[in-house]
Ligand binder design. Structure first.
Ligand SMILES: NC(=O)c1ccc[n+]([C@@H]2O[C@H](COP(=O)([O-])OP(=O)(O)OC[C@H]3O[C@@H](n4cnc5c(N)ncnc54)[C@H](OP(=O)(O)O)[C@@H]3O)[C@@H](O)[C@H]2O)c1
Length: 252
């Protein structure tokens, strides 16, 4: 049996990944602050194992406690493979450096970078004592490799996530484990995160009009199109350890 853990499965890309995986007969563990009841119903219709854990990923203690419990529940079933999607993310603060408030800066780094690091560390650690293969998919962004004015914190968190991914990947290869870890840049998608971006101010975010145009001109990718391309890759067995994938190459 394969298990997938998806952070941020309540909305957007995470929701679309969860729905597709349930269709693929993969047991899903959802982690976010709110539960998406459509996913619960779909799992029950399909007769699939599903469990939601409520967790605020910006709180280190909650992350440790909730993921210890998830790891305990899953590893005791001796699964063939665990797919860990570190997908939850926040864009805020959208603000220029010099005008940032401390709390949203810390929250961004906790959710986007520290939580994926701690969760990956825990699962690679637990996998050492088992025959289970762990595949980690860290959802990154084009902003990891392109500076966007007003997004310094978000860009930094995603750049850090890419580097963490690449470093952990070479370590796993060196240790000759079966585990793999990749990063994935999903492109600009029609989700709540884009609504937050469009509601920011021109003073804080220079590119605001450009992002409004993406929506007006229907240029945003649908989350399910992106999720299907990512899941096709992950289930194909051709995942290249350490690679930072971009949606553009998967939709060709
Ligand atoms: N949308 C884009 O254009 C775009 C572009 C590039 C990269 N990305 C990346 O793609 C990923 C998914 O983004 P999305 O567009 O689907 O975002 P979204 O629609 O805003 O959804 C964000 C998800 O993250 C969860 N989340 C946020 N803060 C959390 C916290 N403190 N604790 C637990 N869960 C939290 C939310 O769940 P709750 O609110 O229920 O907690 C929600 O399920 C993110 O990593 C994002 O950076 C998005």
């Amino acid at each position: 049996m394969k298990y997938a853990i998806i952070t941020g499965a309540s909305k957007g890309l995470g929701e679309a990944i969860a729905k597709r995986l349930i269709q693929e007969q993969i047991a899903v563990v959802s982690v976010s602050r709110t539960e998406n009841m459509e996913i619960k119903s779909l799992a029950s219709e399909q007769g699939m194992e599903y469990k939601h854990f409520s967790c605020n990923l910006s709180l280190e203690k909650e992350v440790q406690e909730v993921f210890m419990e998830i790891a305990h529940c899953i590893f005791q079933k001796d699964p063939k493979e665990i797919l860990l999607f570190n997908n939850a993310g926040v864009i805020e603060p959208i603000q220029t450096v010099g005008n940032l408030d401390q709390t949203p800066v810390i929250r961004n780094i906790q959710v986007n970078l520290i939580a994926p690091m701690l969760i990956t560390n825990l699962f690679f650690n637990k996998a050492q004592l088992t025959n289970t293969k762990v595949t980690v998919i860290n959802v990154s962004s084009g902003a990891a490799v392109r500076s966007i004015e007003g997004w310094s914190v978000y860009c930094s968190s995603k750049a850090g996530l890419n580097m963490f991914t690449q470093t952990a990947a070479i370590e796993q290869a060196e240790m000759q484990t079966n585990n793999k870890i990749i990063a994935f840049s999903p492109g600009v998608m029609d989700t709540n995160m884009q609504e937050t971006i469009r509601s920011s101010s021109k003073e804080a975010f220079k590119d605001l009009e450009h992002f409004k145009e993406f929506k007006e001109k229907n240029m945003l990718l649908a989350a399910d199109v992106v999720a299907n391309a990512l899941v096709d890759l992950v289930l194909s067995d051709s995942v290249e350890n350490g690679k930072v994938y971009n949606i553009k190459e998967l939709l060709k």
